[in-house]
Design a protein. Structure first.
Length: 370
């Protein structure tokens, strides 16, 4: 074996050892951690929890991938819905919280608009910039490896939508905008969209716009898709200005990376101490400086709870050490793809897929998350 080959083999073995170690640490965490019991509405930090729409006479057989945002006029939620994921009748539906009740959802986008044929819609993401119209990003296309990004805007807090436009193309192919989780607006006004692709390995990148979606800059990918196959990042903002992403991965852990220069460059992707059953997560920085993540504290397979049978909330002071503090769901079935925000009144709002049949909305008091 020549010297170059020996170095490459050593690097590969080191990478494999890091992954094995992270998996062993994850397994230990899953079995050793004392997770809180399923929370009950009105007790502790869980102030309330209920369906955005009832199971009886629901508008579509299935739904998935909700998103939530606060506007000047209240909360707005969206999700994709239709016969089933990937079906050509899947569109984007929107509902608003008015006087404490969610309005009947309205389909605001389909995959037939402006296309050569009918395609399914995917992964809506709502975002309200500091100035400008309410934005609704979503994807259209036959599969996640071939889809493209589309943007709608609303002038009236989500009641009506228009100005549909494709985001265009970039160095990685079709621009997507935020792939699942909400953007963050940086101090200079730039909107940093956490994104990812699946056509050349699972890789995380960022799409930045400084003119509300008219033009875009792409940063990354920040991982090679080999050591960690990661997608669907969410962005945290630390007190010192550092940015951090938490990502879904194929390696049974939530992965993470940090930036010290406003998202221009990122540290090598690494395993966090949190498990991941190859399912979407979302995270938010609280006004008190803590970081909060909503995730499935499980891995795929094995004894119950596994996969997407359990949905959890964890908090961290530094984005490195995480403490599970609340269990939203723990039962057979799927509870997945959370979205989380903190509203102006300090309450934390979470929406997530409930059994692929409806969207559930939970409200937390973060002061009671200990």
């Amino acid at each position: 074996m020549d010297q170059t080959a020996g170095v490459l083999q050593l690097a590969q073995e080191t990478t494999e050892m890091r992954i094995i170690c992270s998996l062993l640490c994850t397994a230990a965490l899953i079995h050793a951690a004392e997770l809180p019991p399923k929370a009950q509405p009105g007790q502790g930090a869980l102030l309330s929890a209920g369906f955005v729409y009832l199971l009886e006479n629901r508008p579509t057989p299935q739904c998935h991938a909700s998103t939530i945002v606060e506007t000047k006029t209240g909360l707005v939620a969206a999700w994709f819905a239709g016969t089933r994921e990937k079906h050509n009748d899947v569109g984007i539906r929107v509902s608003r919280l008015v006087d404490g009740r969610w309005t009947a959802s309205v389909e605001v986008a389909t995959g037939a608009e402006g296309e050569d044929k009918v395609y399914p819609c995917w992964n809506p993401v709502l975002f309200q910039p500091k100035t400008g119209l309410l934005m609704l990003f979503y994807k259209v296309g036959p599969t996640p490896s071939t889809w493209w990004g589309v943007l709608l805007t609303s002038k009236d807090g989500g009641k009506t939508w228009g100005n549909r436009r494709k985001l265009g193309k970039g160095p990685l192919g079709h621009l997507l905008g935020p792939v699942k989780n909400k953007p963050v607006q940086l101090a200079d006004g730039a909107i940093l969209c956490p994104s990812s692709t699946e056509h050349d390995g699972w890789r995380v990148h960022f799409e930045i716009t400084r003119d509300l979606g008219k033009t875009w800059q792409v940063i990354g990918p920040i991982n090679d898709g080999k050591e960690f196959g990661a997608i669907q990042p969410s962005v945290l903002v630390h007190k010192n200005g550092d940015l951090q992403v938490m990502c879904r991965s194929r390696q049974r852990v939530v992965t993470t990376s940090r930036s010290k220069d406003g998202g221009k460059t990122w540290s090598p992707m690494a395993a966090s101490p949190l498990p991941n059953p190859n399912a979407g997560t979302d995270a938010v920085t609280l006004v008190d400086g803590r970081q909060l993540i909503v995730y499935n504290h499980t891995v795929r397979g094995g004894k119950f709870p596994s996969s997407r049978n359990m949905l959890n909330v964890a908090v961290s002071a530094d984005g490195k050490s995480w403490k599970p503090v609340l269990t939203l769901e723990r039962a057979p079935g799927e509870y997945s793809y959370p979205a989380v925000i903190q509203a102006r009144d300090g309450k934390v709002h979470i929406t997530y897929t409930w059994q692929r049949k409806t969207v559930k909305h939970a409200v937390l008091d973060p002061a009671k998350l200990k």
